[in-house]
Design a protein around this ligand. Structure first.
Ligand code: G3H
Length: 210
């Protein structure tokens, strides 16, 4: 179980001391990665250097409505500072405006920026906010662009459900992995999501889960 977990702290009260604690816990528990705010990427990269624990951060978090060029800049900066994995929020405002051309170019730009440096992209689609039609449009766009992962939730609005993960696994291209996140608090929930098809679990409750 520990190797499925991105040990996460994204609440606004995150401090430098929190990041040191999260990194130390991730090393001690053998988690796959930590996921911390972009402000702390440099610090976390130093703390994790040589440990084998990957470093993930978020981009345009939590609503995703920064302009594409700003997202790309945010990704480049995070990669320069040592991020291995970029958890990037889809432009939910563009989705709700049914501006599929904008959503497509936005996702293409961010996934390509990460891919060109050999980094992992995780597109956060905030499943709880989407209609059935919006889910299907986004899945189709992702199947064309092929980010490394589709991630269910930011953890600020609703969270991962077994039904969502099952639906994603049934409809996403098999090469695209799934990260379930948001409100995953215990081992039973994490196991159910993995059985439904999740390849990674993003949670602030990693220690309780393992
Ligand atoms: O990406 C992961 C989520 O932000 C974590 O959400 P959580 O605090 O509900 O576990």
């Amino acid at each position: 179980m520990n190797k499925f977990i991105d040990h996460t702290y994204l609440a606004p009260d995150c401090t430098s001391a929190t990041v040191d604690r999260i990194c130390a816990e991730a090393v001690a528990s053998g988690f796959y990665a930590v996921c911390i705010p972009p402000f702390f990427v440099g610090q976390a990269a130093r703390a994790l250097s040589g440990t084998g624990v990957k470093l993930a951060t978020v981009v345009a978090f939590p609503y995703g409505y920064a302009e594409t060029a700003i997202k790309v800049q945010e990704i480049r900066r995070a990669m320069e500072e040592g991020a291995d994995e970029l958890d990037i929020v889809i432009n939910i405002a563009a989705v709700k405006s049914q501006d599929w051309a904008y959503v497509t170019q936005d996702l293409t730009a961010v996934a390509t920026t990460a891919r060109l440096k050999g980094k992992v992209s995780k597109i956060i689609i905030e499943m709880s906010e989407l209609t059935a039609v919006e889910k299907d449009r986004i899945i189709a766009i992702c199947n064309d662009i092929k980010p490394t992962f589709v991630k269910t939730s930011t953890g600020t609005k609703g969270g991962a459900t077994v039904e969502d993960v099952r639906y994603l696994r049934a409809n996403l291209h098999p090469d695209i992995k799934i990260k379930a996140s948001g409100g995953i608090r215990n081992k039973q929930s994490a196991q159910a999501l993995i059985e439904a098809g999740a390849d990674r679990i993003g949670t602030s409750s990693g220690l309780s889960i393992i």
